[in-house]
Design a protein around this ligand. Structure first.
Ligand SMILES: Nc1ncnc2c1ncn2[C@@H]1O[C@H](COP(=O)(O)OP(=O)(O)OP(=O)(O)O)[C@@H](O)[C@H]1O
Ligand SMILES: [Mg+2]
Length: 373
């Protein structure tokens, strides 16, 4: 029987639950002609939410383009990948090529037959250096594609990564396009909350107050309990309410880890039985074992002050810069601690929600508790 729990991919359809208000907010904001910022810690379900909103917007007739900034590492790679994202959705590639030629003047498009005999669009940089001008022209393309009667919605995921394009002033460039374009709206989503917030809330920055903002939090526990019970019952397995809450707690209530743990339990539990605490613990240990080499290396690579902070965060993440906290966990001076915290945050190892810090991966936290404390 197929494992009903899925993780590590975008979840859709039956596998996606709740987030109705959040989805509606995205649909209404972009459909209404405005831009939106969506930020939340890693693995909370941003990308899945975005794809569910895209599905709805497409049924309403909008043309939606999803673009992930994660693999972008240079202006060339941006141009290549963004062109690909813009072209793959097009049913009429000839028309697209025409618009491309008249908008992005310095790049030669190649329209050829692909492996399956289908028409394919690609670009040829030749000796052309990809500079600000080319990038700027390419950013105009969606507006040209939209024409007068259509609206195009663009979803930029992992938006904090535009940092890598600062040599070509990408942030300022995009901001001016966003302002000019009449038929294109944007959603900017990302996980590095502090970077995203600085980008949109700092007066000195190009995107200052350029879009309305939203965040997503934990999924309501009650819905998760229902979801777990409903899916385990497909195997005639009983997850009591108490056990469901235990799973949620062990997974720190983070959607990704709830699914991961549930999937592992599903594999090990026999049809027609009850899930016990022991079973949950065994499944956690199994997952920890699989990743222990990685976790060990991750920990070893940290500086002394980062290690100290990680261990302290195993107990508590509140008021970590206070004198009491520093004393209690024998941490270095406040300045050193600040540096350690921002280093770990930038590497995605820790995160903060409100004024509380936490280790992003709850299984890494469990690993540390077992091996380093
Ligand atoms: N609404 C949901 N219903 C069910 N599962 C969900 C939901 N949202 C997230 N998940 C679970 O969390 C996992 C991570 O979701 P997703 O990739 O959308 O998060 P993300 O915030 O984009 O993560 P990242 O920061 O790594 O980009 C999914 O694979 C799924 O297991
Ligand atoms: Mg994502």
């Amino acid at each position: 029987m197929m494992n009903p729990f899925a993780y590590g991919t975008v979840v859709k359809g039956e596998n996606f639950y709740d987030r109705e208000d959040e989805c509606k907010r995205i649909v209404d904001t972009l459909g209404g002609g405005n831009n939106l910022v969506l930020y939340a810690p890693r693995r909370f379900g941003k990308t899945s939410l975005v794809f569910n909103a895209i599905e709805k917007l497409e049924t309403q007739g909008y043309s939606c383009i999803y673009f992930d900034f994660m693999p972008v590492f240079s202006p060339e790679s941006f141009v290549r990948l963004y062109t690909k994202a813009l072209s793959t959705q097009q049913s009429n590639l000839q028309k697209f090529a025409k618009t491309f030629i008249s908008t992005v003047k310095n790049i030669r498009p190649v329209l050829g037959l692909g492996a399956e005999g289908k028409l394919e669009f690609s670009i040829d940089f030749a000796d052309e250096k990809v500079d600000e001008t080319i990038v700027s022209q390419l950013m105009d393309l969606p507006e040209m594609m939209a024409g007068k009667n259509k609206r195009i919605l663009i979803f930029f995921d992992e938006f904090q990564e535009i940092e890598k394009l600062k040599d070509i002033h990408f942030e300022e460039l995009l901001r001016s396009k966003v302002q000019q374009q009449q038929h294109v709206n944007y959603l900017f989503s990302g996980s590095k909350t502090h970077i995203m917030q600085a980008m949109f809330n700092n007066k000195q920055r190009a995107f200052y107050h350029a879009a309305s903002q939203m965040t997503i939090g934990y999924l309501p526990e009650k819905d998760t309990v229902d979801y777990l019970q409903r899916n385990f019952s497909k195997k005639n397995v009983n997850a009591s309410e108490e056990i469901a809450h235990y799973i949620i707690t062990v997974a720190a209530n983070i959607p990704h880890y709830i699914q991961l743990l549930a999937a592992e339990i599903w594999q090990n539990v026999e049809t027609g039985s009850n899930i016990t605490h022991d079973m949950v613990d065994t499944s956690v240990l199994r997952s920890l074992d699989m990743k222990s080499d990685y976790y060990m290396e991750l920990f070893e690579h940290q500086s002394k002050s980062k290690k100290q902070l990680l261990l302290a965060l195993c107990s508590s993440g509140k008021n970590i810069f206070s004198e009491a906290y520093i004393r209690k966990y024998r941490l270095p001076s406040s300045a050193t601690l600040q540096r350690a915290a921002s280093g770990l945050t930038n590497d995605g190892i820790i995160d903060r929600k409100g004024n509380e810090f936490f280790i992003s991966d709850p299984f890494f936290k469990l690993f540390l508790k077992r091996t380093a404390l």
